[in-house]
Design a protein around this ligand. Structure first.
Ligand SMILES: O=C(O)CCC(=O)C(=O)O
Ligand SMILES: [Fe+2]
Length: 285
């Protein structure tokens, strides 16, 4: 399985300024970074998946209580989405920011229809939320997320929002909310209580991105998502995500890799994929 493209992206990798933003702000956005052909092919590939076709097909009858479409891990990948895992742009991005020793952790696919509610501010670095020796040892190691927005989003319409610099706040018990638990902490962050620790004013930034964009985040940054209005001009926002971790023990959700992926992987790809997956209790011993 392969495309005939050397890369899916318009540029070979991040600039110095991009790398600096990632370290200073905890995230960097790459608007319209896919080539037109890659963007269109990726969207076709995703919209062609049987489960997605079914979901999209029933949307007009389901205006009452819309649910998002969510698959994790997302293994049903065609050639274009398969190439995302180690496209030269992605490899350059990862090595320029976190070094050479990293693993593919897991992936997800999400389709957010009109009327879907928000995702509250949260962090996704799960070792901060557990106290085993493994978790303590892994806390300061990179866990990064590549968020793909193939059909883009506008401000106020399922936009991603971030608090630049908030990746520098050491998550304490109450400072490590996840997306399911209500927490006052993000409000305290935005009220200035932690500006001194961050060394800068912590303010909300609502993003707006054209189709074919990606956002690269340090998973310790506080981020959230706004609802999608019922009258949004975009029927659904397509969102897929690949997550990478520094080489080491499993993170939460570190996925089992399908045997056929390993069987057809070259040596560079094997380095990303051959590692222990998360299993219940794997941090306990
Ligand atoms: O839907 C989005 O834009 C981001 C979702 C998110 O925070 C995540 O997948 O960790
Ligand atoms: Fe998240």
């Amino acid at each position: 399985m392969a495309t005939d493209l050397k890369t899916l992206f318009r540029v070979p990798g991040p600039s110095e300024a991009d790398i600096e933003s990632f370290h200073n702000d905890g995230y960097v956005a790459f608007p319209d970074v896919f080539t037109d052909q890659a963007r269109e092919s990726l969207i076709n590939e995703i919209e062609g998946l049987e489960q997605v076709r079914e979901f999209v097909g029933q949307l007009p009858q389901n205006r009452g209580e819309p649910e998002a479409f969510f698959i994790r891990p997302w293994n049903d990948r065609g050639p274009y989405s398969d190439q995302l895992i180690d496209d030269p742009f992605i490899t350059n991005l990862l090595t320029a920011t976190i070094g050479e020793a990293y693993h593919f952790c897991h992936s997800a696919l999400n389709i957010a229809p009109r009327g879907i509610g928000p995702i509250r501010y949260h962090q996704d670095h799960h070792h901060w939320k557990h106290e085993n020796p493994v978790n303590l040892a892994e806390r300061d190691r990179y866990y990064v997320q590549i968020l793909y927005y193939l059909n883009g989003f506008s401000d106020g319409d399922r936009n991603l929002k971030v608090i630049p610099g908030s990746h520098r706040i050491a998550p304490s018990e109450d400072a490590a909310p996840d997306m399911t638990a209500a927490s006052e902490f993000p409000q305290r962050l935005l009220a200035g209580e932690y500006d001194a620790e961050a060394g800068r004013p912590l303010r909300e930034k609502r993003l707006e991105l054209p189709p074919g964009s990606l956002v690269y985040i340090n998973a310790r940054i506080f981020h959230g998502v706004e609802p999608k209005p019922l009258d949004s001009p975009q029927p659904y926002r397509i969102f897929n995500i690949d997550i990478f971790k520094e080489a080491g023990p499993p993170h939460r959700h570190t996925q089992e890799i399908p045997a056929e992926w390993i069987a057809r992987a070259g040596p560079a790809r094997k380095k990303l994929l051959v590692r222990e997956a998360y299993t219940e209790g794997c941090w306990n011993s």
